[in-house]
Design a protein. Structure first.
Length: 389
């Protein structure tokens, strides 16, 4: 018999529901016990963030740089530009709509990071590097491996990536549900959970509409370039969309995305090159979600959220998404670095981001992989069709 698996999303939902349900009835000593676990786990996350950057960004940069050809550079440039654009679209939409949505609730939620139960004790686990040092080191090592003929370093970087991915999938991800349970337990006990959840119920609707608009704009551009009906192009990609919706994995959806992209007229060679590459570097849906949720939290907490600050955040976040490992929740784990270093998110803010992201993970993945087909059409037009003409 096939073994039943209780996935990460159901566990996160159960953790939130239990946290809200028990927050008003559980005694202070029990809540403090969970706060002690959260304090230690938060220190562990802070320690891991620079290691995640070095372990994942280094081999990603090395892999891109080593095979740097015109088609590769064009694909990376198009994917990165589109990812940044989607993040800016989320920021612009949020700046216009979100203030009215959080109005009247921000005052209640603003004290979420200050009030609440304290842990019995905590253990300081200082990170080995700060975020920017880790990012600069990753680029230095990645480019050095790519152009310096360093096979031993390359093998070491690949092994470090495997270790980092296993730590995330085997140690961090399984502990996220009790961590989020503790956060919502404390928030409910302090009377803040309901107002924050009411705000994000509205934000999720906006995010869902945004991800549909992103797909329409991507295929309108692809259709204009290829002089084909964008709605028909998008319709043919729907099998990839629904596969990603069910698997929440860009990698697992590659065969379907590849088949549907070829059916849209993209040459087999271009599709075979761009689709697997875009599965790791084209994260338009993920960046849109993270930007929208981060902007909401900034507004609720009264934190700075001006255009200059968020432009820098989106530019850095789009780089970090290249390093996102192929595990559920991997993208938000990679995003913790810019959330903390650029926006100044603390423990509770990061926990909210994790919960919200995972709750919408499949929609972001579906947006990512479906948009890969549009990127492939642009690359096909730039190289194959151009040479044919």
């Amino acid at each position: 018999m096939k073994k039943f698996r209780f996935g990460l999303l159901p566990r996160i939902i159960v953790a939130i529901v239990l946290g809200v349900a028990l927050g008003g009835v559980m005694g202070g000593p029990w809540i403090r016990a969970f706060m002690t676990f959260n304090a230690i786990f938060s220190q562990f996350l802070g320690f891991l963030v620079p290691i995640i950057i070095v372990g994942l960004v280094t081999p990603a940069i090395a892999g891109i740089g080593k095979s740097a050809g015109k088609m590769l550079l064009a694909t990376v440039a198009v994917a990165y530009a589109d990812t940044v654009l989607c993040g800016m679209l989320a920021y612009g939409t949020g700046s216009a709509l979100f203030p009215q949505m959080v109005e009247g609730m921000a005052a209640t939620a603003q004290g979420a990071g200050q009030a609440g139960y304290e842990p019995y004790f905590t253990i300081a686990i200082p990170p080995l590097l700060d975020v920017m040092s880790a990012l600069v080191l990753s680029f230095m090592l990645g480019l050095g491996i790519a152009y310096g003929d360093a096979p031993v370093m390359k093998r070491g970087a690949d092994e470090l990536m495997d270790i980092t991915g296993k730590v995330i999938s085997k140690a961090v991800i399984p502990l996220l549900p009790p961590y989020i349970f503790g956060i919502f337990l404390n928030m409910t006990a302090c009377g803040q959970a309901y107002s924050i959840m009411a705000v994000f119920a509205k934000i999720i609707v906006v995010i869902f509409i945004l991800h549909i608009l992103i797909l329409l704009y991507q295929f309108c551009v692809a259709g204009a370039v290829s002089r084909r009906n964008p709605l028909k192009l998008l319709w043919r990609m729907l099998p990839a969309y629904f596969t990603a919706l069910g698997t929440s994995s860009s990698a697992a959806t590659i065969p379907v995305t590849l088949r549907q992209t070829e059916r849209n007229g993209v040459s087999k060679d271009v599709a075979g090159f761009t689709i697997p590459l875009c599965a790791t570097i084209h994260m338009s849906g993920s960046v849109m979600k993270i930007t929208a949720c981060a902007l909401t939290i900034c507004m609720i907490k009264g934190m700075p959220h001006d255009a200059v600050l968020f432009t820098g955040f989106i530019l850095l976040l789009s780089v970090m998404m290249v390093a996102a490992p192929g595990v559920p929740g991997g993208s938000i784990m990679a995003a913790l670095a810019p959330l903390a270093s650029v926006l100044g998110f603390g423990e509770q803010d990061q926990a909210l981001m994790i919960a919200l992201y995972i709750a919408m993970d499949s929609f972001g993945t579906a947006c990512n992989v479906t948009g890969d087909g549009a990127v492939a059409m642009l690359i096909d037009k730039m190289f194959v069709r151009k040479q044919a003409s």
